[in-house]
Design a protein around this ligand. Structure first.
Ligand code: PLP
Length: 453
């Protein structure tokens, strides 16, 4: 019996308030209002405890690529759990599903990436990155290369390493972070920070902040640069076209590893298998999670280039790092079943050639709304910049974030989950979104903007 059937809604809310500390929530405020309770999901649709159907415009937390309720994944997990529910991959041991998944990922990843280290989440992947880049340089005889450069407003997870690598100042403020050895540079956020510059000039200028930082710290001390191909949690910051080529030039000229955090951009979100394919980044390491299993079970990893493998594998010696659930068999089975669906249903191609351009057209039209300063989208991830004065990028709402929160709540009431990042409305729907659902998504977003205005 589903828990939702034996627990009346009011009792569920009361128990939640009494015992459950929610991530990224003001728990006191939430307890006063009571949680929204989701009881079921199917395709792009959620059902709440009052029987309302709400479109999941965020694919959970940017992760449910193949849509909710795919029995095929549940069956694969069930079968795996009956056969081998758990064994570890430490100490020279392996098992069939983890091998099959590693091989599959090597096939899907850019050509120069042929190995993967598994973990359970994006945060753990970035903790692995933190240790792996330092281990790599020590193995290469340059142990003084320790500093990792990240970006303000980047997001790389919630653990000590993830929070530190990320550039969320509110997170840094809790717990005296970042840890030593991390440096942040500006983000390529033209709409908010581009001033009078053209997007092209701004892209170059902000990329050169990386060069300035390397010069300031010293190339011999910098281990790596980490960035999301498109910043997700920071508000879907799509860099100007000039940005990545300039960053690549700088990193190529310097002896510094490039970490492309693919936790959101990977697995079809941009209409390519990885954001690194979309922008031709050729990174040295790629943290992955979310879309790897469409969130059906927790699994993440770090894809490792042949260059880094030379340091951490070919040179020998043990990397003292691993998690009990690195390569968990049931999670690997879920990921394999998920990737099989993605390939069979050609979801990546679908985002690139069909539903991506289709939704983007709708989204661009929302850019004409008087409340919207910019509508941007790549693949199936997009943002609307809400502004008080249309046509003026310099004006912000007096009470930053309030309009976004109001808009988010109206959207939910209208039957669409959009996320608010301050006064930016975000969508990142499942890749199986149909044309009719895309029409409805856009119509609901329009209605929501009208009601917020
Ligand atoms: N990296 C990026 C780019 C993310 O967007 C996220 C989560 O949103 C993470 C890392 C952390 O992943 P997780 O929440 O699975 O730890």
């Amino acid at each position: 019996t589903a828990v939702s059937n034996i627990y009346p809604t009011a009792a569920l809310r009361a128990a939640d308030a009494a015992h459950h500390i929610h991530p990224f929530s003001d728990t006191k405020e939430l307890n006063a209002e009571g949680s929204r309770i989701i009881t079921q999901a199917d395709g792009v649709w959620l059902t709440d405890s009052d029987g309302n159907r709400i479109m999941d415009g965020m694919a959970g937390l940017w992760c449910v690529q193949v849509g909710h309720g795919r029995k095929e994944i549940a069956d694969a997990v069930h079968k795996q759990m009956c056969e081998l529910s758990y064994y570890n991959t430490f100490f020279k041991t392996t098992h069939p599903p983890v091998v099959a998944l590693a091989e599959k990922l090597a096939q899907l990843a850019p050509d120069h990436m042929n190995r993967v280290f598994f973990c359970s989440s994006g945060s753990e992947a970035n903790d692995t990155v933190f240790r792996m880049v330092r281990h790599y340089w020590a193995q290469m005889g340059k142990p003084e290369k320790q500093v990792i450069i990240g970006r303000w407003n980047g997001y790389h997870g919630s653990t000590l390493a993830g929070t530190s690598l990320g550039g969320m100042k509110a997170m840094h403020g809790q717990g005296n972070l970042p840890v030593p050895g991390v440096h942040h540079i500006d983000q390529p956020y033209w709409f908010g920070e581009g001033g009078d510059m053209s997007p092209e000039d701004f892209g170059i200028a902000v990329a050169r902040k990386l060069e300035e930082a390397i010069d300031q710290i010293g190339e011999d001390k910098v281990a790596a640069f980490i960035a999301e191909p498109i910043q997700g949690a920071g508000g879907v910051i799509i860099p100007p076209e000039t940005y990545w080529p300039e960053v690549k030039r700088i990193l190529k000229e310097r002896d510094i590893l490039f970490v492309a955090d693919e936790v959101i951009c990977g697995f079809g979100r941009l209409g390519s298998w990885f954001g690194s394919d979309y922008y031709d980044l050729k990174p040295d390491l790629m943290p992955i999670a979310k879309g790897l299993s469409s969130g059906y079970l927790p699994i993440g990893g770090v894809m490792v280039s042949d260059r880094v493998a030379e340091g951490i594998i070919d040179k020998g010696g043990e990397f003292y790092h691993g998690y009990t659930y690195s390569g968990h068999p049931a999670c690997a089975a879920a990921a394999l079943a998920n990737l099989e669906i993605m390939e069979r249903e050609k979801l990546v191609e679908r985002v690139r050639d069909d539903i991506g351009p289709y939704l983007q057209k709708h989204w661009q039209a929302l850019g004409d709304h008087p409340l919207v300063g910019e509508a941007r989208m790549v693949g199936l991830v997009g943002a609307l910049e809400l502004v008080p004065v249309k046509g003026d990028r310099t004006k912000k709402f007096a009470d930053e974030g309030t309009v976004g929160t109001i808009c988010r709540d109206i959207s939910f009431k209208n039957g669409l989950v959009m996320r608010a990042v301050s006064d930016r409305m975000i969508i990142s729907p499942p890749l199986v979104l149909s044309h009719e659902e895309a029409d409805l998504l856009a119509a609901t977003a329009k209605k929501t903007l009208d009601e917020t205005y």
